[in-house]
Design a protein around this ligand. Structure first.
Ligand SMILES: [Zn+2]
Length: 185
């Protein structure tokens, strides 16, 4: 699109009447009849932070001591500050965006005075950190449990092998080798 200046029709009409002397001329008619530009006014908004609880899905991967790769899925309950659009109320699509993905408002406006929950408070940060710590502990515990389970399984198999009779080469050699039927002459 070309760079154009979009002007206010009402402002031009008011100015015309303010400056023009005598009966209205052709300029007023021209102003009134000029086609409207297809533009949307730019909206200016601000984020409103609210404490919210939601479920968060995490994937944790790693090798066990046998070199096998495992991935575990952990769904945790998260509590922390979540940004919402102060104009339309939509949840921010991503925390680093500076505009609302629903109404398009640019987040560069000052929130109105009566809006009290528009910033991240130290309590919110503390709650989020506590939660992160809890998630990490839970993930570590789950992973340790998985590894312990694998280790127990290996120990069980090793015990079974230990209980088997010792390898007897003579006995093995005594087993007659039967060739496949089509080779018997
Ligand atoms: Zn919005």
């Amino acid at each position: 699109m070309l760079n154009e200046d979009f002007v206010s029709r009402q402002w031009l009409i008011d100015e015309y009447h303010r400056r023009h002397k005598g009966p209205p001329g052709g300029a007023l008619k021209m102003i009134e009849e000029a086609p409207a530009a297809d533009v949307e006014p730019v909206k200016h908004g601000y984020w409103v932070y609210k404490m919210r609880e939601r479920n968060k899905c995490e994937f944790v991967s790693g090798f066990d001591h046998l070199g096998d790769w495992h991935t575990i899925t952990v769904i945790t309950h998260v509590k922390g500050p979540v940004p919402y659009c102060g104009l339309c109320g939509a949840l921010a699509a991503d925390s680093f965006l500076d505009y609302c993905s629903r109404c398009g408002a640019k987040m560069d406006a000052e929130p109105p005075k009566e809006e009290t929950v528009n910033e991240i408070t130290p309590e919110m940060i503390e709650a989020a950190e506590r939660n992160e710590k809890r998630i990490k502990e839970r993930v570590d515990k789950l992973y340790d449990e998985l590894i312990a389970e694998k280790r127990a399984e290996i120990e069980r198999l090793e015990a079974e092998i230990a209980k088997m009779p010792p390898f007897d080469a003579e006995k093995l050699a005594a087993i007659p080798i039967v060739p496949p039927k089509e080779f018997i002459i």
